[in-house]
Design a protein around this ligand. Structure first.
Ligand code: PEP
Ligand code: MG
Length: 740
């Protein structure tokens, strides 16, 4: 029997005799791992780690020695969730000396975090006199013990009766990132909280491998069923999911790499479920260290699959029913998980590690579930059943809110719902100002899943179809036939409403997995159309797919990040050449450009001769105009769209484009904000494209505006100058009942 198997067998015996005292556990680990010290530190309320048991240090220190999370090597291990392997711990700059422990003689130290469903419950430490690095095998053994300890700790009496040893009564507010707006309040359910592994050790690796194979097979079939229930097109978007996302997920499910790692752990003497849990936890550690958002998403998919496998192997699916209006808390959330939970009726999600461009966010928006991401530390504070509020609009998560706070949110939700119901009456009406100026309000979308928004919002068409989103969701660029299918579905659903397809805008924050960008300034780097022109095969494939999808219908295509008239000309030439080859030719082919790079404004005479339309991408235009990274939250308010430079630019553009009879539209977030939309319209732009959630509010806003009387007011405000014209515009809008 290997040392690990013997250790596990002894631990199991210990556990079989009632709740294992931690003192017996440390004694056993010290003797089995032949180390002079073994200690367990447990998490206490207030981010404290307390020495709960030791073999080898002074017993008087038990219950007294305390470290803050982040303090000393033990605290660092808890804070970072990583293994600390130190040959000479006391000379490490992070070392925190605690005289009462008597640890002076011990030079080498190995600390591993004890974690369960994403929470750090404590730290397991071994120490020796000899200064040396612990071997990989020793690290592996201690991690295995930590995994078991994570299951034992809640029942050990070492954690103050609260299962995770953490304070669970005070309200906590977490600021995160909005993934999807909306408000929800309800009891918390924790993802994966009810899935403890009971059996760790097996003497029959072959039987365990067979169990694993069977479970993998069952899981694959389960996924097939789940995906089969997802209609391909559809009005029933509430129960559908993006096919693109799901296809990407299926690719990961079939990937053998991580399953090979599980098989390896099984061969080491663990049960199939313990091996899966172990690999899932390794993935988690890897994920903490990877900064590339899309690689993280792929790993999150694998973790999601590992959790599914665990459910299959342990035979108990947790949370078959969830309380009404529950809020799902997760460290990460895979696409299939979100679908599952949505079907079980959750009202909102709060995710510790999720970016707005991740799979969960894409699906949450498509499903209309309020969601917040980037909530570090949330899971360490939450308990199953805690009350919580998800405020998707403000990107905040409130755990155990005070009654008044809860009531305030209940009122805010009521108002929000009533407002929305009222707004829906605008759906069927044409967009126009009070003085009869007609407008076209269009949608910015990127997934076929979002197509039902056309009907829901009564939008006049799709003013920006971001083709790269579907590719990001699936993790790769689809081939011509697949792309053509996606685009054809968009045109089918839009029917006689116009659609402006934008070619792939990849790069910067929109990286495909495997394309790690090492540029210093990726937003201004080799991205978007620059890639398309340098790799024309990629762009040509997309253009062919668009032409095939049109199949004789009208087709409008625009190019992103155009910086010179020459770039536009080159891209247009590619499209025109492809169009000559594809039959049936589109009924009408309109070729336009995004205006996102300020340099283009000085090339308008050339450009306007060549383009059929221009769409202003205000997000990038603002970023490049003021040299202010759009992804840096602290810069959001620093430079105003409603500023003299931006309004002058729009005005000049409108005048020049009108003279050349080239239509101009505005996509980008500015079009979705009332004061900005009002100003854009007053400058003469009649086509505004925006996220679905903004269409009805903006339509309702315009109906209150007498545009003819606002135009001279705006002209006077602009003459008065100043960097931000927001205040005077807002004052006029408020006085005239346009905004409240
Ligand atoms: C923009 O830059 O305003 C725009 C619409 O494009 P994206 O947000 O996709 O960069
Ligand atoms: Mg852009």
């Amino acid at each position: 029997m290997t040392a690990t198997r013997r250790l596990l067998a002894r631990l199991r015996n210990l556990r079989a005799h009632g709740s294992a005292p931690l003192s017996a556990l440390v004694e056993l680990v010290a003797s089995e791992l032949v180390s002079e010290v073994c200690s367990i530190y447990v998490s206490r309320p207030g981010d404290i780690l307390e020495l709960a048991a030791t073999e080898g240090l002074k017993q008087e220190a038990v219950g007294h020695t305390r470290l803050r999370v982040g303090e000393g090597i033990v605290g660092l291990c808890a804070a970072t969730g990583t293994v600390m392997n130190m040959p000479d711990a006391q000379n490490h700059p992070a070392f925190a000396y605690r005289p009462e422990t008597g640890e002076e003689p011990f030079a080498s130290l190995l600390a591993v975090p004890v974690r369960r469903t994403g929470r750090t419950l404590g730290v397991l430490v071994v120490q020796n006199r000899t200064p040396r690095n612990f071997t990989d095998l020793e690290v592996d053994d201690l991690e295995t013990v930590a995994m078991l300890l994570a299951e034992l700790l809640p029942g050990s009496g070492a954690t103050d009766g609260s299962p995770e040893g953490l304070a669970a009564t005070v309200p906590r507010l977490f600021k995160g990132t909005t993934l999807m707006g909306g408000i929800a309040a309800g009891p918390v359910v924790l993802l994966g909280s009810a899935r403890p592994v009971a059996h760790f050790l097996s003497d029959d690796p072959e039987a365990e491998q067979a169990r694993l194979d069977k479970a993998v097979d069952r899981m694959q079939r389960g996924l097939d069923d789940l995906f089969a229930d997802v209609p391909n097109t559809g009005h029933a978007a509430d129960v559908t999911a993006s096919r693109e996302v799901l296809e990407a997920y299926r690719l990961v499910a079939n990937d053998a790499g991580w399953l090979r790692r599980v098989a390896e752990v099984i061969r080491g003497g663990m049960t199939a479920e313990a091996a899966v849990q172990r690999v899932a936890s390794e993935l988690h550690d890897k994920m903490r260290r990877i900064s590339d958002a899309y690689l993280r998403e792929r790993l999150a998919d694998i973790e999601d699959l590992a959790n599914r496998l665990l459910t299959t192997l342990t035979g108990h699916a947790p949370h078959e029913t969830v309380p009404e209006g529950a809020i799902l808390l997760a460290r990460r959330l895979g696409p299939a998980q979100l679908l599952d939970w949505h079907a079980r009726g959750i009202a909102a999600v709060a995710i510790e590690e999720a970016s707005p461009s991740g799979h969960a966010a894409i699906l949450a928006r498509a499903l209309g579930i309020p969601a917040i991401g980037n909530l570090r530390g949330m899971l360490d504070s939450a308990e199953e059943g805690d009350e919580a509020v998800v405020d998707g609009d403000e990107g905040q998560f409130i755990l155990r809110p005070e009654t008044e706070v809860k009531n305030a949110y209940a009122r805010a939700k009521e108002t929000r719902d009533a407002k929305y119901a009222e707004l829906s009456t605008w759906r069927g009406r044409p967009a126009a100002t009070a003085d009869g100026v007609g407008l076209k309000l269009m949608l910015n979308i990127g997934l076929s899943l979002e197509l039902p928004q056309l009907e829901r919002t009564g939008a006049d068409g799709i003013g920006l179809f971001r083709t790269e989103i579907a590719m990001l969701a699936r993790g790769s660029v689809a081939d011509v036939a697949e792309q053509a299918e996606i685009y054809a579905r968009v045109l089918d659903e839009a029917a006689d409403r116009p659609v402006l397809f934008r070619t792939l805008d990849l790069g910067a924050d929109k990286m495909l997995p495997g394309t790690i960008n090492e540029e210093e300034n990726p937003a201004m780097g080799w991205r978007s159309l620059r890639v398309g022109l340098d790799r024309p095969a990629l762009l040509r494939r997309q253009l062919r797919a668009l032409l095939l999808a049109a199949g004789g219908r009208e087709l409008s295509v625009m190019f992103p990040m155009v910086a010179t008239a020459g770039e536009f000309r080159a891209a247009k030439a590619l499209l025109v050449a492809e169009a000559k080859r594809i039959r049936p030719a589109p009924g009408r082919l309109r070729i336009g450009t995004m205006l996102e790079v300020p340099a283009l404004l000085w090339q308008l005479p050339d450009l306007l001769k060549e383009v059929d339309f221009i769409s202003v991408g205000t997000n990038d235009l603002l970023q490049f105009l003021f040299a202010a990274d759009r992804a840096t939250p602290s810069l959001f308010e620093r430079y105003d769209f409603l500023s003299q430079p931006m309004l002058d630019i729009l005005q000049q553009l409108v005048v020049a484009a009108d003279a050349a009879s080239v239509p101009v539209s505005v996509c980008g977030e500015a079009a979705s904000r009332p004061l900005e939309a009002l100003t854009i319209a007053a400058l003469g732009i009649r086509h505004l494209s925006m996220p679905a959630s903004a269409v009805l509010p903006i339509k309702a806003m315009f109906a209150q505006v007498d545009l003819t009387s606002f135009q001279p007011v705006l002209a006077a405000i602009r003459r008065a100058g100043g960097m931000s014209m927001r205040d005077p515009i807002a004052t006029w809008a408020r006085e005239h009942g346009v905004i409240s």
